[in-house]
Ligand binder design. Structure first.
Ligand code: ADX
Length: 202
């Protein structure tokens, strides 16, 4: 399974992805790999810039690694900006033959990201020192096909990670807290077959 985050720089992707990683590691089970935007840029895509072509190469590399992890039964958590809709869809198509692909949009507005400006990059982009900066001088195509949308204005990173876990449980990608990891169809069938009881507690 691949959990693919998308959102602006400073939207909270990395923070939430790291909380999610910790939760998976605590639960144990399948191996988990985090492909963080900044770390991929450092180790896997250090020669690339931020033109559309280079961003697309970067995202397709992440997609390829995630598809291999998914194929092997692991969990890949990816957290790049991934600003282009067609490229995200391409990655979904690369991964879905091998397992689940869950697109998580961290929908923090550019105003909020700029106001926080944790890395000081928005100020540099405004000053024209950083060119092609997503949300300022470069596009961000918000997804219409996100499986989960996180509004970080309302949720802490912990709560956001919990929302994602709940979605994964609901869709049958991971077992529930009680350890009943049924696929959605099977689970619905089970519900229908379950005898209806009145009065007595379960
Ligand atoms: S992506 O567009 O190819 O998906 P990626 O997530 O790898 O982007 O890298 C984004 C990170 O690179 C940002 O969080 C920021 O720290 C840094 N960065 C440097 N220059 C830019 C830029 N022009 N646009 C966006 N991010 C930039």
């Amino acid at each position: 399974m691949t959990i693919f985050f998308t959102g602006l720089s400073g939207s909270g992707k990395s923070t939430i992805a790291n909380v999610l990683l910790t939760k998976f590691l605590e639960t144990g089970g399948r191996p988990v790999t985090l492909l963080d935007g900044d770390l991929v840029r450092k180790h896997l895509s250090s020669e690339l810039g931020f033109s559309k072509e280079h961003r697309d190469i970067n995202i397709r590399r992440i997609g390829y690694v995630a598809s291999e992890i998914t194929k092997d039964g692991g969990i890949a958590i990816c957290a790049p900006i991934a600003p282009y809709d067609a490229t995200r869809k391409h990655v979904r198509q690369m991964i879905e033959p091998y397992g689940g692909f869950v697109l998580v949009h961290i929908a923090t507005s550019v105003e909020v990201c700029e106001q926080r400006d944790r890395k000081g990059l928005y100020a540099k982009a405004r000053a024209g020192i950083l060119k092609e900066f997503t949300g300022i001088s470069d596009p961000y195509e918000a997804p219409a096909d996100a499986d989960v949308v996180i509004n970080t204005g309302e949720l802490s990173a912990e709560e956001a990670a919990q929302e994602i876990i709940l979605h994964l449980e609901r869709e049958g990608f991971i077992g529930t807290a009680r350890g009943v990891g049924l696929r959605p169809v099977a689970s619905e069938t089970m519900q229908r077959l379950k005898p209806v009881r009145h009065g007595s507690a379960d």
